[in-house]
Design a protein around this ligand. Structure first.
Ligand SMILES: Nc1nc2c(c(=O)[nH]1)N[C@H]1C(S)=C(S)[C@@H](COP(=O)(O)OP(=O)(O)OC[C@H]3O[C@@H](n4cnc5c(=O)[nH]c(N)nc54)[C@H](O)[C@@H]3O)O[C@H]1N2
Ligand SMILES: Nc1nc2c(c(=O)[nH]1)N[C@H]1C(S)=C(S)[C@@H](COP(=O)(O)OP(=O)(O)OC[C@H]3O[C@@H](n4cnc5c(=O)[nH]c(N)nc54)[C@H](O)[C@@H]3O)O[C@H]1N2
Ligand code: SF4
Ligand SMILES: [Mo]
Length: 731
């Protein structure tokens, strides 16, 4: 049952990251207009009252002057977005979609979702696309987030649950290896586990090209060239084997495929690893001795290792190591991925992925189609097949056989998509762009119709945190007048599209339906109810029946493949697709800072969070060589675009690498859209870049734009036609 509309004190969860910190909101008046205080909810186990500054300030969009409270429609006269009634906005969208579907087929309509959506919304969005629109073209921003780990986990273990154990387990291990995670800034309350582990005598290893606040908390920091984590994993595995530290009984009893992997790493001497990764062979040997000599080891990957065109192979490489050490399924050992978005886990389980149906079922599996179609009350044959992955979907916008109308729920693509200038051109070529958002994000500002929605604390829904724990984010306050929930919007549009079945708008009812649709699937929620979540501080999936306790720890006896065994995979290091060369001699990597969340649409508007804009982190040696001065603007240029931002000269980064946070328009004008063949993850974390003081800026802006052909002696790999425009409208 939905919570009462207003309560003086209420327990809910943060709107942002996958930790889903529990918090209390208090102080709102009956109409939700009073000041709203955030306070500790100490009993919620994941954060035990701790929160980062984003959580503490998360009510800052309440009553904000930039909060959207009326639908907006682009006027055919002025070309501007103008307020209209809900009926006008929804009728306009409905009639355009009906006409487009009749003229060009349902696949001319695309849907783009987000890992910030509740389970109920993600589920309903997938059903809406397949049943109300009839399109196969739906994917979401999680494709840019954990898809490489998801694909690797599925291949190795037969299931993808980011952490197969509660987060607090990391305190009890002996060696914790964090590969490409800066959790001290990206999920700060989790950092207390690192301190507790070290107090117990355990060791923390951080693998990151930058000495981050997380690396500062570690015993060992190794600093590879971006995009070379697989070479590190291969050399460490090579050395573990050489040291005789493989757990042979475990490998024999619980896995398949080790022999070929053993042969495949035979040539990965630590010296070869050093040549590729820039990490000294002695450090690689030390790491092998450390993990090989420990009783319990946990290896966790995050976006630093995963957001590469070889990200899924890199994750498989680290899983190979964890399996060879006999760790997966052992108490306080194993492999996990640190999922990122608030509902990054649940958002990838219930059907907003191009190839997937609820319960982590695959859309091309006839049994899965039959089960879900029966729950939805449609014929299995009526369900479309697989659609395109997120970036490929965006790249097809406006193409002759591509998507003509796009509905965006919970993503700010213009800022967060790779090769963003190209994506932004594709978006402008659409016949119809509809964006549902809380604020006029950069993407909403391009839309034909903008729909203002309720935000987290104004609506109820479940989220599945990074541990696979399903939690309830309760409505604590009433929404401002004029906004509606995403679920209402989907219901209204389904009616206008003459959908063959009902689309409920009640979250608890939808959750029950989701439970039935997921029943028997890998991510089975059938035994989870709102009441159970309230009573148990969350329930871990799989939870097939009401009397099932939920699954805190997975793989103790068996993995999810039919034979119950985990799979080793032979993988080969490929490195970044774009390697530094004479013209673009430096490696660019991107990521996050503590105070801002994702595209920044929410956090950049919160008054109590500092917003100094983007910056470029670089080493004093590189700065000296390029003539760049700390605090002064510098220009970064890649084959795709260019940006200017102040230099932040720090000795904590590799001298061959620069780092730019992606919370502002800029970083993604530069990034490479090369995709991982298995997960379709873009290469956000490594491309080749040129670094110059921005005083040479005029050269760039007053001359004809450098096309790809000028940059590369060979024909450019893809889409020359889209990149021949002025570099970086952004300064
Ligand atoms: N403050 C804040 N917190 C967040 C978010 C946010 O936007 N802001 N977003 C949430 C989301 S959706 C996500 S996905 C998570 C992401 O959480 P993280 O993965 O921790 O965040 P990133 O900063 O993207 O990347 C982590 C680190 O990878 C390093 N890195 C870059 N290239 C490489 C490489 O090739 N190899 C290795 N080993 N490391 C590399 C970077 O230097 C960076 O320190 O954070 C979540 N929490
Ligand atoms: N260069 C570079 N680019 C990256 C990354 C990187 O590391 N480097 N990381 C990638 C990763 S891991 C991620 S997860 C993506 C994230 O990037 P985005 O997909 O852009 O994520 P957000 O900024 O969270 O966008 C969410 C939008 O939806 C709105 N919103 C919030 N809640 C809701 C809701 O319930 N319903 C609706 N309809 N709207 C809502 C917010 O106001 C915001 O405008 O960026 C990716 N891009
Ligand atoms: S952003 Fe993440 S770490 Fe910070 S308070 Fe929210 S859920 Fe917790
Ligand atoms: Mo993410």
């Amino acid at each position: 049952m939905t919570q009462p509309a207003t309560r003086p004190v209420n327990q809910t969860h943060c709107p942002y990251c996958s930790l889903q910190c529990g918090m209390q909101l208090s102080g709102t008046g009956p109409r939700g207009r009073g000041p709203l205080e955030v306070s500790e909810w100490a009993e919620f186990p994941v954060n035990a009252g701790a929160m980062c500054r984003k959580g503490w300030t998360s009510t800052g969009l309440r009553g904000h002057r930039e909060r959207l409270t009326s639908p907006l429609l682009r006027s055919s006269v002025s070309g501007e977005l103008e307020p209209v009634s809900w009926e006008q906005a929804l009728d306009f969208i409905g009639s355009r979609l009906v006409a487009l579907r009749a003229a060009e087929g349902a696949d001319s309509i695309g849907v783009f979702g987000g890992g910030g959506l509740t389970n109920e919304k993600a589920y309903q969005l997938g059903k809406f696309a397949r049943v109300a629109l009839g399109t196969s073209q739906i994917d979401y921003n999680g494709r840019w987030c954990m898809s490489s780990a998801a694909s690797a986990g599925t291949r190795a273990f037969g299931v993808d649950r980011g952490l197969p154990f509660p987060l607090a387990d990391i305190e009890q291990t002996d060696v914790l290896v964090l590969v490409g995670s800066n959790l001290a800034e990206t999920m700060p309350p989790a950092a207390r586990h690192l301190a507790a582990l070290r107090e117990r005598g355990g060791k923390v290893v951080v693998v990151d090209p930058r000495r981050t606040p997380t690396a500062e908390l570690a015993d060992v920091h190794i600093q590879p060239v971006p995009g070379t984590d697989l070479a590190v994993a291969q050399s460490v595995l090579h050395q573990v084997i050489a040291n005789g530290d493989v757990d042979s009984d475990y490998v024999r009893d619980r896995t398949t495929g080790f022999e070929v992997v053993r042969e495949s790493v035979a040539t990965w001497w630590p010296e070869r690893g050093e040549r590729v990764s820039g990490v000294a062979a002695s450090e690689l040997r030390d790491l092998a001795a450390l993990v090989g000599g420990a009783e319990r080891v946990i290896i966790l990957t995050a976006r630093g290792a995963e957001q590469h065109a070889s990200g899924s192979d890199t994750v498989l490489g680290w899983i190979n190591l964890a399996l060879a050490l006999g760790q997966c399924g052992k108490a306080y050992g194993g492999y996990g991925c640190l999922t990122g978005q608030g509902n990054g886990q649940g958002g990838r389980e219930h059907g907003q992925k191009a190839d997937q149906l609820p319960g982590y079922r695959m859309i091309d599996d006839p049994a899965a189609r039959a089960h879900v179609a029966a729950v939805w009350g449609v014929e299995p044959d009526a369900l479309p097949g697989k659609g395109k992955s997120a970036y490929e979907l965006l790249a097809s916008l406006g193409e002759p056989d591509g998507i003509k109308a796009l509905l965006v729920f919970a993503s700010n693509i213009i800022v967060s998509a790779p090769n963003a200038r190209f994506v932004s051109e594709r978006i402008d070529s659409l016949d119809l762009l509809v964006v549902a958002d809380i604020v006029l994000s950069e993407t909403a500002a391009r839309a034909d119709v903008v729909l203002p929605i309720t935000q987290w604390s104004e609506e109820t829904g479940t989220m599945t945190n990074l541990e696979g724990r399903v939690i309830l984010r309760q409505r604590a306050i009433s929404p401002p007048e004029g906004v509606r929930s995403d679920l209402d919007i989907l219901g209204e549009l389904a009616t206008r599209l003459a959908a063959p079945v009902d689309f409920s708008t009640d979250p608890e009812e939808i959750f029950a339906e989701l439970g039935r649709a997921s029943s028997g699937g890998k991510a089975d929620y059938a035994g989870i109810t709102y009441d159970r979540i309230r009573a148990e501080n969350g329930v871990f999936w799989p939870c097939p029946t009401l009397d099932h306790p939920g699954t805190e720890r997975m793989f103790a006896d068996s993995f999810f493949h039919d034979d119950g065994r985990a799979r080793f995979h032979v993988v080969e290091h490929r490195g970044a697709v774009e390697q530094p060369d004479e013209q673009f001699p430096v490696v660019l990597t991107t990521g996050r800072v503590l105070a801002h969340y994702q595209s920044g649409a929410q956090t950049r508007r919160i008054r109590d969070l500092p917003d100094d804009g983007p910056f470029v982190e670089l080493h004093p040696m590189l700065a000296g060589r390029c003539g760049v001065i700390d605090g002064e603007p510098l220009r970064l240029t890649t084959r795709r675009g260019s940006m200017v931002a102040p230099a932040r000269v720090v000795s904590t980064i590799r001298p061959d690498t620069v780092f730019v946070p992606f919370h502002w328009v800029g970083a993604n004008l530069l990034t490479n859209d090369a995709l991982d063949p298995a997960s379709r993850m873009p290469e956000f974390k490594a491309c080749a870049v040129q670094v110059q003081p921005a005083s040479t800026r005029r050269e760039f802006t007053s001359q004809p734009p450098p096309t790809r052909r000028e940059f590369t002696p060979q024909p450019p790999p893809t889409r020359r036609e889209f990149t021949s425009q002025a570099p970086g409208g952004l300064v």
